[in-house]
Write a protein that binds this ligand. Structure first.
Ligand SMILES: Nc1ncnc2c1ncn2[C@@H]1O[C@H](COP(=O)(O)OP(=O)(O)OP(=O)(O)O)[C@@H](O)[C@H]1O
Length: 265
């Protein structure tokens, strides 16, 4: 099936409805409503401080760790509200994994980095863990590079390899959604392109949401793009959300056009 048709038939995986986010008395997000489709790559773009990372962190409740945070509105994962009092946050973060800006392998071997999550979630059989390690490393095209270094410290890998290892570590617990916060910004152009290629491959199976400052990356690598900015009242709002090709070639909102043509931000 044609890729565009396949993508257009996908169902909503996550949905936010009129979401407001406050850090104490400071409102960082206002009325953000967005439907994120399954097995697509969605890019969040916008000027510094407009709330992209705050929004991303809402999706697996990472903001819960920040004192004084208040969230209003609804955030759904497969129609279940993730802020419901019955939601198991550990289980949520297993389903909605995160890859950070800088590669952050654990101070342990390549193998143990990948095995950590499955072990933590109760997998006890060594042979199954070994299968997961190989499968996860193959999914990020790192297996051939590291199969003879599995017992070596993860810090011995190059930064690009370390970031692919961190993606493999996220995949090892079989998430459904992967949040990537500027995950290429600390990497060289070649490693960045490898991660972008990898995103295309894993998006067949996982829903991916990225924050990026790099508009070329959003244009190259994503299916859908959300443009956010700070409004006069200072809260981050969603200005435009559209298929990436459309948003970059024919933006509906003048503010999007001004941003993507470099007039501000
Ligand atoms: N832990 C926090 N406590 C208080 N304010 C915060 C906190 N984290 C973010 N903010 C504020 O919320 C607003 C949105 O920040 P956020 O990091 O989400 O924006 P961003 O678009 O991701 O920015 P950047 O592109 O620079 O990373 C900013 O004004 C920021 O200073």
């Amino acid at each position: 099936m044609d890729n565009q048709i396949r993508k257009s038939l996908q169902r909503t995986k996550m949905k936010t409805q009129n979401v407001n986010l406050y850090y104490g008395s400071f409102q960082a997000l206002r009325n953000v409503s967005i439907d994120i489709q399954e097995c697509t790559i969605t890019a969040l773009i916008g000027p510094s401080g407009c709330g992209k990372s705050s929004f991303l962190r809402l999706l697996n409740r990472m903001n819960d760790l920040i004192p004084g945070v208040k969230v209003e509105g609804n955030i759904l994962l497969d129609d279940a509200s993730i802020y419901d009092k019955d939601m198991d946050v550990v289980a949520l973060r297993k389903r909605v994994g995160m890859v950070f800006q800088r590669p952050n392998p654990f101070p342990m071997s390549v193998y143990d980095n990948i095995a950590f999550g499955p072990r933590h979630h109760g997998q006890k059989h060594a042979s199954e863990i070994t299968d997961i390690v190989e499968r996860s490393l193959r999914e990020v095209s790192l297996w051939e590079e590291v199969k003879d270094k599995l017992k070596k410290p993860a810090f011995d890998l190059s930064p690009g390899e370390q970031q692919r290892l961190c993606i493999a570590r996220a995949l090892a617990v079989e998430p459904e959604v992967i949040l990537m916060d500027e995950s290429c910004s600390a990497l060289d152009p070649e490693s960045t392109l490898k991660i972008e290629d990898l995103m295309q491959i894993i998006a067949k199976k996982y829903t991916i949401i990225i924050v990026t400052h790099n508009m070329e990356q959003a244009a190259r690598a994503s299916d859908m793009t959300a443009f956010m900015m700070m409004e006069e009242d200072k809260a981050g709002t969603l200005v435009e959300y559209a298929p990436t090709a459309e948003l970059f070639s024919n933006p509906r909102d003048k503010r999007t056009e001004d941003y993507i043509t470099g007039r501000f931000g």
